[in-house]
Design a binder for this molecule. Structure first.
Ligand code: ATP
Ligand code: MG
Ligand code: MG
Ligand code: MG
Length: 431
């Protein structure tokens, strides 16, 4: 008898198969028991009919507790009522381990309780669907960049220098030296792009974010492409094609998962390049027209501002050319204005906020050196980075996409904590 996974059942209609599974849920009467089975690849209903399996197997099925593990044997039957297309007519059950008092029951639980039980909560249908969508976004990311001539290069996680504001750095010892956990691999990716042309990284980043929001994690994963000979506008074109590709891949390959999450897919179907662009200047004007009096030219946007701007469009929107004072030191100035830089944030629709930050990078040695000095950054620590501008410097651009923000948006998950298997939050290092 063949041992198969639930997801492959539609290819085995009419066959008797064996499946390793857990009991997700159960309903039973005196004559029939319906077992909701899950094996990690999917969920399926197992039907146990007393008259057919006999007293003993029926009693086993009826008495099974939630999350009991087993091998279940049965015939795969086509079933049009299930969204999955089949069910299992159970003929035998071999219990492997009987679970006791699984804490997450079908009733409603509060978020803190669920987070305390994250190691078990991951087994739920909802979390299964979110993790499948996360995985599809990762798969489609590799597909997109590999198909477009990029090489994956991995920047270090332990670093001596860091591009972003220092207050959010995690500090650690590196033997006798000080080291920091990476907040972004960008500076290294710029060096990588000078070697391999078009590169991308995918790895964890760490930020000691002191604010509790539904969009910030302490540890999150970033995709960071960097491209030599690519200027500002071309960088935006890569971003919109990439984001459209991952959205369309999820729509094509995660239908059941989106359905399970109740995601309104009509909001995703139109996500195709090009995306609209609005300048920072015009975004400020738009906010003033909408009655926001808590923001002025020169301020960074807060979540309500980003949401209001995003709501004026039905696709992700690029906000371009922010004031130089609120962006990092390495961004290329606008050719016609010295008060704004050639950068763009991509804001997701429906209030999910900034998913990408990107820019053209400064490629002139003297300009970069003076920017480092203005920001009081150590020329020693950045010597290698500065040297890139002395060895065949070229215009180059790149961006960072936050994986979990993107998962939250595409899956329609309200809080970012559900988009990573084990979230690290301000008040949570366990489980
Ligand atoms: P925000 O303005 O939302 O704090 P940021 O401008 O600080 O984000 P960047 O430094 O531009 O973020 O990082 C690139 C991307 O990484 C962001 O666009 C976002 O998708 C993601 N990101 C940044 N900080 C976090 C975080 N704390 N948790 C999860 N994702 C994050
Ligand atoms: Mg931030
Ligand atoms: Mg930002
Ligand atoms: Mg940003």
């Amino acid at each position: 008898m063949k041992k198969i996974m639930i997801k492959d059942m539609p290819q085995h209609i009419g066959e008797t198969v064996k499946i390793g599974a857990w009991l997700a849920n159960k309903r039973s009467s005196g004559k029939i028991a319906f077992l909701q089975l899950r094996d990690g690849s999917g969920f399926v209903q197992g039907v146990v009919v007393k008259e057919e399996v006999g007293e003993e197997i029926f009693a086993t099925a009826k008495g099974m507790t939630q999350e009991t593990s087993m091998y279940v044997i049965g015939e795969v039957k086509a079933d049009e009522r299930s969204s999955f297309g089949c069910e299992l007519a159970v003929t035998g059950i071999e219990v492997l381990h009987a679970a006791t008092d699984f804490p997450i029951t079908p009733k409603e639980h509060g978020p803190e309780f669920l987070m305390d039980n994250r190691h078990l909560w991951l087994r739920s249908r909802k979390q299964h669907a979110i993790m499948k969508i996360r995985n599809e976004i990762i798969r489609a990311t590799y597909e997109f960049f590999n198909n477009n001539g990029f090489t994956k290069m991995d920047p270090p996680i332990l670093t001596g220098s860091s591009p972003e504001g220092t207050s959010e750095l995690f500090h650690t010892k590196y033997f006798d030296e000080d080291a920091y956990l990476s907040q972004s691999g960008q500076l290294y990716m710029e060096a990588a792009a000078m070697a391999l042309g078009k590169v991308f990284s995918f790895g964890p980043t760490f930020r000691a974010e002191k604010s509790k929001t539904r969009r910030h994690l302490i540890e999150f994963w970033m995709i960071e492409p960097e491209m030599a000979f690519v200027e500002f506008e071309e960088n935006l074109e890569v971003q919109e094609q990439y984001v459209a590709h991952i959205v369309q891949s999820v729509l094509a390959n995660c239908k059941l998962d989106l359905e399970r999450l109740g995601r309104d897919t009509s909001k995703l179907e139109n996500i195709q390049a090009p995306f609209p662009r609005i300048s920072y200047d015009d975004a400020i004007k738009l906010l003033h027209e909408q009655g926001f009096d808590d923001i002025e030219w020169g301020d960074d946007f807060g979540a309500p501002h980003e949401t209001a701007i995003a709501n004026s469009f039905d696709k992700p929107v690029f906000i371009t050319c922010y004031p130089v004072g609120i962006k990092p030191f390495y961004m290329q100035p606008h050719p016609d204005r010295d008060d704004v830089v050639l950068c763009a944030d991509l804001i997701a629709p429906e209030g999910y906020g900034e998913i990408i930050g990107g820019s053209e990078r400064i490629h002139d040695y003297d300009l970069l050196k003076s920017r480092l000095e203005e920001h009081n950054l150590s020329l020693d620590a950045y010597a290698w980075y500065l040297e890139l501008r002395k060895q065949g410097s070229v215009p180059h651009s790149g961006f960072g996409l936050g994986l979990e923000r993107t998962v939250a948006w595409i899956s329609g998950t309200e809080h970012i904590r559900e988009t990573i298997p084990f979230p690290r939050l301000l008040n949570r290092l366990y489980p």
